[in-house]
Design a protein around this ligand. Structure first.
Ligand SMILES: C[S@@+](CC[C@H](N)C(=O)[O-])C[C@H]1O[C@@H](n2cnc3c(N)ncnc32)[C@H](O)[C@@H]1O
Length: 204
């Protein structure tokens, strides 16, 4: 997987990636609902070279953690944001076989857009949901945005697990309360569309 993703990020320009976003409205709408302090620890799982980091920095967030299996992706991200990278911790790790992540401490918000849905093996799903559940402070949040039940069956050449709100709730467990959810149609740089489910859960 590491090689797969490193190859993608090495061979493609960021703007051509199928998941490249210029409009972060659905994420920002849910982020506002979490009413976080600017010093809050915001973890972006499978961050890739996401423009969400630039946006959070422009909103004066100072404690961002960008995790990805691909070093190439995080290098691109770090180069792009330049000196602002002091406010971002870059961590290369595998969310389904975490090593570094056990040492980062609890976070206020765990964001996952288009990452969880790549974990099609049940053992990987269980590992990752445990990581989310145990990695968030009490009163903290998780923002999960994945292909919905009408979504595509593949992304980046890999099969995906499509989700509903109920499936996400079941995997997170009763400790997490649904704050909001909605469907969102994402238009890829190619013009194709991808239906997502966006959710925000709060840990009690
Ligand atoms: C479709 S991209 C989404 C990137 C970013 N979340 C966004 O919305 O722009 C999926 C990302 O997940 C990362 N990824 C895939 N499997 C991973 C794993 N097991 N551990 C950590 N990151 C992973 C990939 O390297 C890639 O950056």
């Amino acid at each position: 997987m590491k090689d797969h993703w490193n190859t993608i990020y090495t061979q493609s320009s960021e703007e051509k990636l199928g998941w490249y976003e210029t409009d972060l409205t659905p994420t920002l709408y849910l982020l506002e609902k979490a009413e976080l302090l600017k010093e809050a620890r915001v973890l972006i799982a499978g961050a890739g070279s996401t423009t969400l980091v630039d946006e959070l920095l422009s909103q004066s967030y100072t404690n961002i953690l960008a995790i990805d299996i691909s070093e190439a992706a995080l290098n691109k991200l770090q180069e792009r944001i330049g000196k602002e990278s002091d406010n971002v911790q870059f961590i290369v790790d595998d969310l389904t076989n975490p090593v570094m992540l056990s040492e980062i401490g609890l976070v206020d918000l765990w964001i996952d857009r288009a990452v969880l849905h790549f974990f099609t093996e049940q053992t990987d799903q269980v590992t990752y949901f445990n990581l989310i559940r145990s990695g968030i402070k009490k009163g903290g949040f998780t923002l999960l945005a994945e292909y919905n039940q009408e979504g595509a069956i593949k992304c980046a050449g890999l099969p995906v697990q499509r989700y509903s709100v109920e499936m996400l709730q079941e995997n997170l467990g009763g400790e997490f309360i649904l704050i909001d959810s909605f469907d969102h149609i994402f238009t890829m740089p190619s013009g194709d569309i991808r239906p997502y489910i966006y959710t925000l859960f709060k840990k009690q």
